[in-house]
Write a protein that binds this ligand. Sequence first.
Ligand code: MOS
Length: 720
Amino acid sequence: MTQQLKMDEVQPRLLDETGQGVLTTPLDRPEGPLKVTGTAPYAAEPSLPGMAIGVLVGATITRGRAHVDAGSLRDMPGVLGVYTAGMARNPAQGTANAAPVQPEGFVQYHGQPVAVVVAETFEQARDAAIAIRVTYDPEPGAEVDPETASHVDGDPETFGSFDKAFSEAPVRIDATYTTKGHSSAAMEPHAALAAWKDGRLMLRASLQMLKYNRNEIADAVGVDPDKVRVLAPYVGGGFGSKLGIAQEAIAAALAARELGRPVRVVMTRQQVFEMTLRRTETRQRMRLATDRDGHIVALGHEDRVSNLPDEVFSEPVTMATHFLYAGANRRYHHEIARINRPGAGSVRAPGEAVGMLALECAMDELAEAAGLDPIELRLRNIPDEHPETGQTYSARSLAACLKRGAERFGWSARRAPGERREGEWFIGMGVATAARTNSLGESQSRVTLNPDGTALVETDMTDIGTGTYAILGQIAAEMLGLPRDKVTVALGDTDFPPAAGSGGSWGASSSGSSVFLGAKAVRNALAEKLGCPPDELRLQDGIATGGNKRSAIADLLDAPISEVGHIKPGETAETHSSASYGAHFCEVAVNAVTGEVRVRRALGVMAAGRILNEKTAASQVHGGIIWGIGAALTEALEHEPRDGRVVNRDLAEYHVPVNLDVPDVEVEFIEERDDHANPIQSKGIGELGISGAGAAVTNAIYNACGVRVRDYPALPDRIF
Ligand code: MOS
């Protein structure tokens, strides 16, 4: 039976009253030992009998037609076939995560896959992929620089009278920031293993949102979705690059069908950089103005991003700017330069991650112009209602996070720029707001309680390193009055009920709500068996009590009880502005001779509704802050100026922070329940930590040495 409940029918406090005490514990990930011992099977690891290996071939022009000469491999040993992009329909044209396999071999960016070469062994396939002859008819019109692009989409959007308010305000700043492109750079490269049996495709892959991925791959290979099963029980990081299917999955599926053998395709690290969706570079002009009391009267955020000519997605740079601060007069102008760099898509916290690098740095500049402490400026501008839509805010603990962080971090010890020095190091502190929109996606989970006192949760939700296995098991255990180790969680299989997937920070709340509802239905069935009203049922440590009855849960059951919980976004999405909030604090040392920046301390104080597992939630924030440090100091996709190719296409050249770049990062949560978010009152946490984090670093650099870095990342030559 399927349980569908609307938001307002849900008892929001149930999880506070169950009393099992599992949900509040910072439990380890149940699958952790499998991962650290190398026994969790990631997509590329299983083998199938008769499996062949495919290697992708990337284009060496920027724009034009590719002709793949399969005959050039005639004498190569072990080669089984060459399959070209032209065999696939463009799988997701017009969607936010179009996998950029263009039909008919038309190349739109340097490095775009034009073929997959399949052979008996990986070495043979790699050899043939290097040897294959591809000829090109380049077409004119390739453009790779977003600043000089001849095709730019986008329109301005204004609230109130921005120009008048800005020009008449007594305190103003007008500053332009730039950010470089970023790569998702997940540890696990994109990988797929495809096998066909009786017209049905089994695809084992590294993907974030299986419900959608199944449709995408079905569309790409031209079969009905019910002929496709996608498996992704373990995913070694996604960060957005695995939201939609990519070329390795299509290549494996097509080649496997043609050959009648299972085919595995794994991208090389370089191909991950060249072929998967990047985070766009941005240019952002911020114009902020206040009255004499530090209240914002005008707020302008105008940006330019880029993407391929026909892609629908564009980085929503101003996402947080719309709802974070007050100000009646507002102006936006979002421009999308149409260029032939690799496709741009969602990368962790699309919008906020780069938009807040500019917004939160501009707030720091505005605070100085207004003669206010940057925390005080933010506190004065927390709006009563959404400044553009008039919506009410659901739970919002921004002020509490800023105040608590200031106290814990020792903000009162902050001095004016240049005043703290230790030897050749300038020392400074910075602050920034964290904010990330919160949403809910339709999700289903099957919850089964067995007579032996164990339970099973099944959903096609993924765990991309985020802790899904842990939290879904905790929710079920809490609701069913079981120890955590009595609950098994099975994820990542489209044969299970469909979930919203891991994306947009909605995964935990959405799939968690469906588990809550499924378990609640199981509870109701148990109450009936025990003979008590559902409201009176108490389940704890395997014992059910209610009314004057008491029984071991196992004794109530002669067969498993199985219920599917089904959550759908409710009406609160329209009536309330829902986001997670926090405050980032950072202390840096800037070398007065070299301009080298060392992050010495970082603290994030976050509020995201109910925290389902403090350990996995804190891990998300740690990772976000570390990425913020990377965005502030080192990470930058570099494109060759003539052909747009990604130059620094591996982790030796694309610099993510390593241990020595990262101090002990502290994370604290402010207790919160969000009654408008979902039945479990939790909000998104996955992308909150990165949002604003980098601005706390650059603001600390300014406070240390008086140099305002507006072009990210703050490499030493941008400081002195
Ligand atoms: Mo996220 S960029 O929606 O994985």
